[in-house]
Write a protein that binds this ligand. Structure first.
Ligand code: CDP
Ligand code: CDP
Length: 211
């Protein structure tokens, strides 16, 4: 069983994907971490994230980078969004994601192109969204909990710039996949969003079973 969860930054897709994995007893992969590792690697080696060759070289990163404390910052998110426009970078990361999706028993993956490119035949697909302001508020809370000062207006601007790049790129743009259910979490607490996600996945699985 493959469950594909896509959506923009801070929509809650990671939280929902993790909860679905727990609920259905499946392993989970946050595919954004792979693009973040490429972004961080290119920056640390003095490469140019906007140059395809340079970004491609960074795809062969050391897996210890996946535990780096800088991996989850908004600055690394922006770098990830810049390296991920390149077709060669996406191609270099496809196999690892498909292998994870196709392991025995199945998996839950979250990202931007899981339901469209990585696992278009997934058994269930969700597209998670929320308003840019609510997503910025969530990021600001996360920063403040780490003791980092957060300016909502600049976070809204960063999130909107990242959305525009992810939705506007030619390679695997962020878009609601065919067959994906839309879940807007703007006004939902985490528990309510998770319950809604489980109900949508159950309904899709039931529809698939009936063929
Ligand atoms: O957690 P958040 O939504 O902020 O970001 P992420 O999922 O870690 O992804 C960081 C960036 O990687 C995104 O803005 C995308 O540009 C890129 N990405 C992608 O292109 N395809 C994926 N499957 C996952 C992430
Ligand atoms: O993976 P993605 O970047 O889409 O978002 P996330 O990391 O799952 O969620 C971003 C932040 O919003 C986290 O701090 C979550 O706890 C919070 N959140 C929320 O407040 N309400 C939701 N319905 C979902 C997530």
């Amino acid at each position: 069983m493959i469950i594909a969860v896509d959506g923009p930054a801070a929509s809650g897709k990671g939280t929902i994907a993790k909860a679905l994995a727990r609920h259905y007893g499946l392993p989970h992969l946050d595919t954004g971490l792979l693009y973040r590792a490429v972004g961080l690697s290119v920056a640390r080696t003095g490469g140019d994230p906007d140059e395809e060759k340079s970004a491609l070289a960074a795809c062969y990163f050391d897996d210890t980078l996946l535990d780096d404390p800088d991996l989850r910052t908004e600055a690394t998110g922006a770098l990830a969004s810049r390296v991920s426009v390149h077709g060669a970078v996406r191609a270099a990361l496809v196999q690892r994601q498909r292998d994870f999706a196709n392991q025995d028993g199945g998996a839950v993956l979250d990202g931007r192109d899981i339901g469209t490119v990585i696992a278009p035949d997934a058994d269930a697909k969700l597209f998670i969204t929320a308003s840019a302001r609510e997503r910025a508020r969530r990021r600001a809370l996360e920063m403040e909990s780490r003791g980092v000062a957060a300016d909502i207006e600049s976070i809204v601007a960063e999130i909107e710039a990242r959305d525009a790049r992810d939705m506007g790129r030619a390679n695997a743009p962020l878009v609601q996949a065919d067959g994906a259910d839309l879940l807007d979490t703007s006004d939902l607490a985490i528990d309510a969003a998770v319950q809604r996600a489980i109900a949508l996945v159950d309904a899709q699985l039931e529809r698939h079973r009936k063929g």
